[in-house]
Design a protein around this ligand. Structure first.
Ligand SMILES: Nc1nc2c(c(=O)[nH]1)N[C@H]1C(S)=C(S)[C@@H](COP(=O)(O)O)O[C@H]1N2
Ligand SMILES: [Mo]
Length: 490
């Protein structure tokens, strides 16, 4: 296992020295993510949330350590089996590296080097002693092992330090900081934020904005090199640069986006002002051919997404976004360019680091999450959430405020109702929403009497449809059911 740790440290350090975009360990981690069946991924995310990524990398590392232990066990007695297992590990690493958009000969080299270090260290640790006594050979083993352990830590730490100064990251961060995008000051519309203690702010800051994607490290793209290639069922192919988008002028739009994996009452949702170029105009310019019903978008790291053309052309604020809350997109949120489409879950609309558009038909492809069991189209389901008081909390008897948010993007919220225990539903007061594409805050006063109380909320959208009480899982196309909390009134 020590030899395996040394192999990982060496291959990671080599990846840093060679300034690879992705180390072999991360490439294998990405393969594990890609090969994880949808329901398993959902279950893991349900338990560890956004800790899913460190978990993916850690489980790969642990698997390599364990398999290294097996190789070590076989090293002296079953050399051929030991060699074969190392060969299998190297082949899997190389295959992962080559399956990635960042495949390079250096990546293959760093993978093979890991295998060589694994065997070299084993040979060093387990060399047959010319030593006469068991004691002497044990002493030498322990001394060698200690030296290898120190070397592993030193090489590993040096590799990490070097990786943090990745040239590409510095170039991209500098380019992002130097951008001067004319944006209007971001002003929260009057009356939108009730500003109640404990309630999620109406405007989500970039730092607090939820992040969901399959990337172990966010792709680093220099805006000067970014291109969007548009092809497929179009009359004229087109390639756009970042400057091309800036030249078209940016439209600002308040849009709330949310994730299909958001449980009832969950926080995988955020609201901000996005600045971007309307997708509709671009699609009109390239000319969508008759029969096309889908836009298949691909990110620089190979993630794919299928969006109904209808939703992109019906006049809603579907954007190729460059800014978020008045700033260039943060790297984890898709810098330099991503899509945002009101009314659709992120997995079918919000491609970050987007570099390729193919106008096509849903019948002709399956996008990343659709291949893993999620619905082909992902319209957002109407939902409401209680933010205050907190679930399970104890509050004083007397008049208090219950508050939260509700959303039905691109349809709008007409009414929010709250029910205490078995009482009748009472209508809450809605705050201002500047358009139907954002969430809306709500609040209601409650004369709390001592005891334990269940509080539930439900929303009705602008078409008059009230959200269903029936509980549905997030898989395959979004959770349903009422959010509810229990509080003790003292
Ligand atoms: N390139 C890429 N874009 C992506 C994803 C991804 O995995 N890769 N995930 C999507 C999903 S499932 C959601 S919910 C949104 C989340 O966007 P955010 O991280 O900016 O909140 O991004 C979407 N865009
Ligand atoms: Mo998502």
């Amino acid at each position: 296992m020590l030899a395996a740790a040394a192999a990982i440290a060496a291959s990671e350090a080599l990846a840093a020295v060679l300034d690879l975009r992705e180390s072999p360990l991360l490439s294998v981690g990405q393969s594990v993510i890609a090969l994880t069946p949808g329901p398993v991924a959902e279950a893991i995310i349900g338990v560890v949330g956004t800790g899913d990524k460190p978990l993916a990398v850690a489980s790969v590392a642990v698997a390599i350590l364990v398999l290294g232990g097996v190789v070590g066990r076989w090293w002296q007695t079953r050399r051929l089996a030991a060699f074969s297992l190392v060969a299998v590990l190297v082949v899997l690493a190389v295959a992962s590296v080559l399956s990635r958009p960042y495949a390079s000969p250096e990546g293959v080299f760093a993978s093979v080097a890991g295998g060589v270090v694994l065997m070299g260290v084993l040979q060093l640790l387990l060399r047959e002693g010319q030593h006469t006594t068991v004691d002497a050979s044990r002493r030498i083993f322990l001394r060698t092992a200690a030296a290898v352990a120190v070397a592993t830590v030193v090489v590993g730490a040096a590799g990490q330090a070097l990786a943090s100064r990745h040239r590409r990251r510095e170039v991209v961060e500098r380019a992002r900081a130097a951008l001067k995008i004319p944006t209007r000051a971001v002003v929260v519309p009057a009356g939108a934020d009730l500003d109640i203690q404990g309630q999620a702010p109406w405007l989500t800051s970039n730092r607090d904005f939820y992040r969901i994607d399959t990337a172990l490290q966010a792709p680093l793209i220099d805006p000067a090199e970014w291109r969007l290639r548009i092809h497929g069922m179009v009359d004229r192919e087109l390639t756009l640069s970042y400057q091309d988008l800036l030249d078209r002028g940016l439209t600002d739009a308040w849009i709330t986006i949310c994730c299909v994996s958001n449980e009832v009452g969950g926080d995988l949702i955020g609201n901000t002002v996005w600045g971007g170029v309307p997708i509709k105009g671009i699609l009109e310019e390239v000319g969508v051919r008759a029969g096309a019903d889908a836009l298949l978008s691909t990110s620089e790291d190979g993630w794919t997404c299928g969006t109904p053309i209808d939703a992109l052309m019906d006049g809603r604020d579907a954007l190729l976004a460059l800014t978020m809350n008045g700033e260039p997109l943060p790297v984890p949120h898709g810098f330099p360019v991503r899509q945002v489409v009101p009314g659709l879950y992120g997995y079918v609309s919000a491609t970050k680091w987007v570099t390729d558009w193919e106008v096509t038909r849903f019948a002709d492809f399956e996008a990343y999450w659709t291949q893993r069991g999620w619905g082909e189209r992902g319209p957002v389901k109407t939902q409401s959430r209680i933010d205050v008081p907190a679930d399970g909390s104890t509050v004083d008897a007397g008049t208090m405020t219950i508050a939260g948010v509700a959303w039905a993007q691109h349809v709008g919220i007409e009414r929010v109702e709250v029910r205490i225990d078995d009482a009748d539903w009472r209508e809450a007061t809605l705050a201002v929403a500047p358009n139907p594409d954002t969430w809306v805050q709500w609040s209601i006063d409650w004369d709390a009497e001592p005891g334990r109380h269940d509080i539930q909320v439900r929303a009705t959208d602008a078409t008059g449809a009230t959200q269903t009480a029936e509980r549905a899982d997030v898989l395959p196309d979004g959770a349903t059911g009422y959010d509810g909390i229990t509080v003790s009134v003292g």
